[in-house]
Design a protein around this ligand. Structure first.
Ligand code: SF4
Length: 512
């Protein structure tokens, strides 16, 4: 009988185990045969609900998860396809989604994606036409169309979330983004990788606090010497391996046999603890050679799950200067950022206050002079003179204030009056990607993440509730190099009336 991820994840009593496999840069050969073999054994074992296939991991080219996934689906094993926003624009993404629907691949993990890595001839263009929230929204829209045309099988879209953020700003923005992803149509969530049980619990508490009804799976990784090194060095975006854990793993792997035993035991213990505290499943990575390791982890989890509390404290990390949303573990010391300890440079605050005031005066549809601005915009547009305003006033002003790139569909008001085009290498409009590290950008490592800057500005002014409080639609490319001021007043930009809100077409429909 074929596995069905949606059925399992929709059954509250079921503890779900999924397996992440990574296609390499080959169209056939040993790696592909190994992935196929692991999937076959996983199916035969019967305890794995689905395998998930990564999409050009690390931004580097690899065999498409769509092609490989289809072969695995034929075995009877269900597949979750990772779908990132890095490599194609919205046309390519919709086309890919249609192809997946046509192929019967309905479980999608919608991700913004790592930044572009190297392909033939060097680094590729990072597209990021959408972010993960907008991608989820697009898949939801596609679901509506599928339902209308009589399809019973629709996309089951999941999202990633990183509880392993240790500054207040990053944590807050991550969780707000999770809310937007659910609003857009996410039916399940998978955490990024970490070993801090207080952070794992934080996500559950946040879900409960906000009434978010979405099953969470926790990422686990069979940590070896080779993988621990880049993770500890911060070279795997969003993943946290502390110095203490790194040293321990290095020690354990001095003898490969011991290292393997320890890695399996650690993974099983964390899995059992996560099951104990209420995670709906685990998402296992770091399995490269055979299914045997997975089988041993699940066997061991079964053995110890009844006394999981015994292992709980092993996963408490006593690192200083860390932010926790709900609780402060006893071992944590230092200056935890709080409402009163947000530090913001005077120039940064002045920049924010100036642009916010200008925005309220000139770009609020309810402002007193809004009808006047609309008439002026209309007259400029009719006489084909908008370019004069753009070239002599808008461009110089916005280039100096925002390093504006002339997208014509301004989104600064969504990002604390910072530009999502020039300020974020992934052009995110609905909250930070998961790759920021200690407040700094995954791509420009010496710059603060634009969302961290936005949070600090807004928190300082008591407005942070407004940040990522609504789903921001994608930028309209047809407006590039036109006047964003005129576009706003003539209701041509993304802020135009979107019509009645669309409901999320989620898993319950998929089950029919
Ligand atoms: S600015 Fe923030 S959201 Fe944008 S790529 Fe860098 S870390 Fe990610």
């Amino acid at each position: 009988m074929s596995r069905n991820f949606n059925d399992d994840i929709s059954t509250p009593e079921k503890f779900v185990v999924t397996l992440e496999l990574v296609p390499g840069r080959e169209s056939s050969g040993r790696t592909i045969d190994t992935i196929h073999g692991i999937s076959k054994e996983a199916y035969q074992d019967g305890r794995i609900t689905a395998v998930s296939m990564t999409d050009n991991p690390g931004g580097n080219p690899a065999l498409s998860p769509d092609a490989l996934g289809r072969k695995i689906l034929d075995i009877g094993m269900d597949v979750i396809v990772h779908f990132t926003c890095r490599d194609t624009n919205r046309m390519g993404m919709e086309s890919r989604a249609l192809q997946l629907a046509h192929m019967g691949m309905k479980n999608i993990l919608a991700l913004t994606g790592d930044y572009s890595g190297k392909g033939f001839g060097g680094r590729g263009t990072p597209v990021f036409d959408f972010d993960a929230v907008i991608l989820t929204s697009m898949l939801n829209d596609l679901n509506m169309r599928l339902i209308k045309t009589g399809h019973s099988e629709i996309f089951v879209t999941g999202c990633a979330v990183s509880p392993f953020k240790y500054t207040e700003a990053e944590s807050w923005v991550q969780y707000k983004k999770l809310e937007r992803k659910i609003e857009a149509g996410s039916s399940f969530t998978i955490t990024q990788l970490g070993y801090d049980i207080d952070k794992y619990e934080e996500l559950l508490l946040f879900k409960k606090d906000k009434g978010l009804d979405i099953p969470p799976l926790a990422s686990l990784y069979v940590l070896d010497k080779r993988s621990a090194r880049p993770m500890h060095a911060g070279r795997v975006p969003g993943v946290h391996v502390t110095e203490k854990l790194y040293q321990k793993v290095m020690q354990e792997w001095q003898n490969p046999e011991d290292g393997r035993k320890h890695a399996i035991e650690r993974t099983a213990r964390l899995g059992a603890v996560l099951k104990g505290i209420g995670y709906r499943g685990i998402h296992l990575g770091g399995v490269h050679d055979s299914f045997e390791t997975v089988g041993r982890i699940i066997d061991r989890m079964d053995e110890i799950e009844h006394n999981w509390q015994e292992y709980y404290d092993e996963f408490r990390e006593d690192e200083p200067n860390r932010f926790y949303l709900y609780k402060k573990p006893a071992a944590v010391t230092g200056n935890i950022p709080s409402a009163n300890s947000i530090k913001l440079k005077l120039t940064e605050n002045c920049h924010y206050l100036f642009l916010r005031t200008a925005h309220d005066l000139f770009f609020d549809k309810n402002a007193t002079f809004a009808p006047v601005y609309k008439r002026i915009s209309s007259s400029l547009d009719k006489n084909k003179k908008s370019w004069v305003l753009k070239r002599f006033l808008e461009d110089p002003f916005k280039k100096i204030m925002l390093s504006c790139q002339g997208c014509g569909d301004c989104g600064i008001q969504h990002v604390g009056f910072l530009c999502p085009e020039s300020g974020c290498p992934k052009h995110t409009r609905n909250g930070a990607c998961g790759g920021s590290n200690n407040g700094y950008c995954e791509v420009d490592k010496d710059k603060l993440c634009v969302w961290v800057r936005a949070y600090k500005r807004m928190k300082k002014n008591g407005e942070m509730e407004k940040l990522t409080s609504e789903l921001v639609p994608p930028r309209l490319w047809e407006l590039k190099d036109t006047s964003s001021w005129v576009n706003f007043h003539l209701e041509r930009d993304h802020q135009r009336d979107p019509g009645p809100p669309k409901k999320a077409a989620k898993a319950q429909v998929a089950k029919s």
